[in-house]
Design a protein around this ligand. Structure first.
Ligand code: BG6
Length: 471
């Protein structure tokens, strides 16, 4: 059998995208509470203020997870819900909420996978020292982690440190699509380096407080293809692989930057503020697994050889960033052989097999797929059914790809689809749905937030029951 007996068939979510209850029970504001309330920042000005109200409906949702037979549920803790100012006074009600979620999951036979940080930084830390731009955050982030380790360490085995560090730094500081809406390559690299240090510090503390647990970051991995066999495209691919994949994963897995990264950055005029004490901190912070969020592959070419036009989409918020310093080394382009979603993301299941193999081959770490899914428009029929065969096809092909990668020799611990319930999508409102469970709300109205099982719900139930034999 390809899938190990205790394979974690799971699903994932993030606090800001599901909880709602933004100002309830002592929670402090996060950067997303503030950012999404500024008109123009999100699609149709949607926010996660109510989201899908998991804060009040978690028991109903977990009952559905149990009915499906889900083995694991990945969720994140909202930092400002437990520490309203990011540090100092602890909000007992916030701590209690996550105890209740974790206990309910465990009572229903579902393993909790806890993500420490899924982008909702306390606004207080942004105001005090510009959040991730200051080394001050390393101490505050580590203390926040220690608080969670002490509270939940004896109940939760699998922990994710930073969700998609590469995405929150890129969208926040390079493409100006997330808070604090900056477009500056040097600041992006500075922030990313500080996040690396925070991640390493959190893993070091984890070893002390949760000695029997497993920890790793979740990286948004996109395997990079060359547009053609032209050697210039191949070199562009090599550049992109270094600066879009290995720049992060080498630091996670090996605790150091490779000379290639430092020099490629220098070549484009960017300096890495790597100090002696940083080298020390990054050492010995190897994770137990590489968390992988896989949605799509990326194809690159050179600036000179690029032919296709940038696509303008009306169903999302797009970046206005132009002329990135990396354009000298590679530029993204269309893949002529791939299908695309309504939001312009490639649909490429083989890319997942390629991802797992490349990561295994370079790092020899077990892999936990922490996210994978299809964002699509769904139709709620009058009889309460949702026929999402497109989602079933997408997931089926990706499960097959994982199976093949395991047969090729990779170790995969589990598969968390994105997502269990429909939820708030940062830049796409509520129309881009990912769940097995349809949540009846849209951008205009929260309605009653009623839950409906989609066809994919029954499909995944079967997959889990047969441990991946019946897909
Ligand atoms: C990942 C994030 O980038 O992709 C999730 O970890 C996010 O939080 C998911 O929702 C899908 O992205 P989007 O933009 O379609 O919501």
């Amino acid at each position: 059998m390809a899938f190990q007996k205790d394979f974690l068939w799971g699903s994932a979510s993030a606090a800001y995208q599901i909880e709602g209850a933004a100002n309830i029970d002592g929670k402090g504001p996060s950067i997303w509470d503030i950012y999404s309330n500024i008109p123009g920042n999100t699609f149709k000005n949607t926010t996660g203020e109510v989201a899908i109200d998991f804060y009040h409906k978690f028991e109903e949702d977990i009952a559905l997870m149990k009915e499906m037979g889900l083995k694991a549920y990945r969720f994140s803790v909202s930092w400002p819900r437990v520490l309203p100012k990011g540090k100092g006074e602890v909000n007992a009600k916030g701590i209690e909420f996550y105890h209740k979620v974790i206990d309910t999951l465990i009572d229903n036979g579902i393993e909790p996978i806890l993500t420490v940080y899924h982008w909702d930084l306390p606004q207080a830390l942004q105001d005090e020292y510009a959040g991730w731009e200051s080394r001050e955050i390393i101490k505050d982030f580590t203390n926040y982690c220690i608080l969670l380790y002490k509270e939940y360490g004896d109940k939760v085995k699998h922990w994710v440190t930073l969700n998609e560090q590469n995405i929150f730094t890129t969208l926040g500081y390079l493409l100006a699509l997330h808070p604090p809406k900056v477009m500056d390559f040097q600041r992006f690299i500075n922030v990313n380096h500080i996040a690396n240090l925070a991640n390493a510090a959190a893993i070091k503390e984890f070893r002390k407080y949760v000695p029997n647990g497993l920890v790793g970051p979740s990286f948004a991995y996109s395997p990079i293809y060359a547009k053609s066999e032209h050697p210039e495209d191949v070199l562009a691919m090599e550049n992109a692989v270094e600066l879009q994949n290995y720049l992060w994963m080498d630091v996670y897995a090996n605790g150091e930057y490779s000379p290639l990264h430092i020099n490629l950055l220098k070549k484009i005029g960017i300096n890495l503020d790597l100090r002696d004490e940083d080298i020390e901190l990054l050492k010995d912070s190897r994770p137990d697994f590489m968390g992988v969020n896989y949605y799509q592959s990326t194809t690159v070419t050179t600036r000179e050889r690029k032919q296709d036009e940038e696509e303008k989409l009306t169903n999302t918020v797009q970046s206005e960033a132009k002329n990135l310093p990396t354009d000298k080394l590679f530029v993204n382009c269309k893949n002529a052989h791939a299908k695309y979603t309504d939001w312009g993301w490639t649909i490429d299941p083989i890319g997942l097999q390629v991802s797992i193999r490349r990561i295994t081959s370079r790092y020899n770490l077990p892999i936990l797929i922490t996210e994978n899914g299809l964002g699509a428009y769904d139709t709620l029929e009058e009889n309460g059914e949702i026929h999402d065969e497109y989602r079933i096809n997408y997931l089926k092909e990706h499960v097959e790809a994982i199976k093949s990668a395991i047969e090729d020799g990779a170790e995969v611990l589990g598969y968390c689809t994105w997502s269990f319930q429909d939820l708030f999508s940062w830049l796409n409102g509520y129309a881009k749905r990912y769940g097995f469970v349809y949540v009846d709300r849209d951008e205009e109205s929260e309605k009653e937030l009623k839950r409906y099982k989609k066809d994919s719900f029954y499909w995944y139930k079967n997959v889990i029951e047969s441990n991946g034999e019946k897909i």
